[in-house]
Write a protein that binds this ligand. Structure first.
Ligand code: G
Ligand code: MN
Length: 424
């Protein structure tokens, strides 16, 4: 029937307050509500039964559905259920002539946003529709944000999607490098290689690693990272040490111990960071593995000290050459006596144990100055440089600055020696 055609053009939706799908089998009401909504600035598509409404939903991207409940064939509740199947975020407002409690319950159960009694007051209709359009906008932005920056929490139920994203993340993986400075010499002594990817859904390294864990593909990330660092280190000009993060699972990858692996050839320039956030308990023969790495020339750093649950056990197990203080201890250290005490004690103990201390995540000069008072001399953080490709320089304050040439340090020692044991 011609009166069942969908009216008004969908293109209007871009210029209006929002696109409404109005569903009612009573033609007079359909016309009236449609006119009211249009006058209020909305675009309206009309449908005179549930089936027709579902067809319209396939064709257009509606902001809200306003539907009568009692209609022949498919009623408003059944239509609502069908809408929910294909779009969990589309607001649906139901209208009915009688206040039937069971009906209201069912409507709410199926996720109706509002339940209006007929005859619906015109201003109330516009108000409710306007609110629904706003909610729809928020839902869209939220899902966009999730797509761009969200964690891979939905991964378990979307394993095949996750595989596609993870493959793309691996294929577009690259490293950024953040300088580590020795403040007393005003010089860069090393860089930390930080994992990056162009795959937007797994941009945060934590999310990429979580995906790798879910898919049981952690070793692939570790190998890609090490190969990438090795390639950069071989072609780029810097001869400084490079800190490379290891996932605890990487310690079980035989490729890490292969003499032919690209990073092995550079081992004496590499400090492998092992995080304190994860437990090493599941890694078999940890002592044997760490000795093999040291035999190649690798040194070890304990990352994120102060953020983990591992207490002293990881420190005792690894006996790292370098300890990195977690940024949670650094943030606002100048205002927090407890943090000051902790940093002072940790720094002193680590020095006793001949472990070099690096304070991570230093963002302000007040944090840096207080850390210097507390005995720290090695820093990393946005205050000095953001991570970049490859090997960003650090501009030290010219009044205090000793040498602008990053390859020439004031002491005359090579950057490697500066980081060697006891070179405090
Ligand atoms: O866990 P790990 O220490 O490896 O993580 C280092 C992370 O901290 C990197 O992702 C890096 O980009 C980030 N980072 C480096 N410097 C700073 C800083 O000064 N402030 C903050 N908030 N993050 C930093
Ligand atoms: Mn690290």
């Amino acid at each position: 029937m011609s009166n069942k055609q969908i009216s008004s053009s969908p293109q209007q939706s871009t210029k209006t307050k929002g696109l409404v799908l109005l569903v009612d089998d009573e033609k007079a009401l359909l016309r009236t509500y449609s006119r009211v909504l249009r006058q209020a600035g909305f675009s309206v598509e009309e449908a005179s039964d549930g089936q027709m409404a579902l067809r319209a939903l396939v064709q257009h991207d509606f902001d809200v559905v306003v539907s009568d409940i009692s209609m022949p064939e498919m009623d408003g509740i059944a239509m609502l259920a069908a809408v929910r199947q294909r779009d969990p975020d589309l607001p649906v407002i139901l209208m009915t002539a009688g206040a039937d409690v069971t009906m209201v319950m069912r409507a709410i159960e199926h996720g109706a946003l509002h339940y209006l009694l007929k005859p619906v007051e015109h201003s109330r209709l516009c108000e409710v529709v306007e609110e629904a359009v706003g909610l729809r906008q928020v839902a869209k932005l939220k899902s966009l944000a999730f797509e761009l920056y969200g964690v891979a929490a939905k991964s378990a139920s979307h394993r095949s999607d996750l595989t596609v994203h993870f493959d793309r993340a691996l294929a577009t993986l690259y490293m950024e490098y953040q300088p580590i400075v020795r403040w007393s010499a005003r010089s860069v002594i090393a860089y930390e290689a930080l994992l990056r990817t162009r795959e937007m859904t797994l941009r945060r390294p934590d999310d990429l690693l979580a995906a790798a864990e879910t898919l049981n593909r952690v070793h692939e990330v570790g190998r890609a990272v090490r190969d990438c660092v090795a390639r950069t280190a071989e072609v780029a000009t810097s001869d400084k040490c490079i800190f490379v993060n290891l996932h605890p699972r990487d310690l079980e990858d035989e490729q890490l111990y292969s003499a032919a692996a690209p990073l092995t050839r550079l081992a004496t320039r590499i400090i492998l960071e092992i995080t304190e956030r994860a437990s090493l308990d599941e890694v078999g023969d940890i002592q044997g593995r760490l000795s093999s790495l040291r035999a190649f020339g690798y040194r070890l750093a304990l990352d994120d000290l102060g953020a983990g649950y591992a207490g002293l056990t990881s420190l005792a197990k690894i006996k790292p050459e370098v300890v990195k203080l977690d940024m949670s201890l650094v943030r606002g250290v100048e205002k927090d006596p407890t943090k000051q005490k902790l940093v002072r004690s940790l720094t002193a103990v680590c020095k006793e144990l001949e472990m070099q201390v690096i304070a991570e995540g230093v963002e302000t000069s007040s944090e840096r100055d207080r850390l210097v008072d507390l005995g720290c001399d090695h820093f990393q953080g946005y205050l000095f440089a953001r991570p970049g490709i490859p090997f960003p320089e650090v501009k030290f304050d010219s009044r205090l600055f000793i040498s602008l040439d990053p390859h020439h340090s004031q002491s005359g020692a090579s950057p490697l020696q500066l980081l060697a044991k006891g070179a405090n």
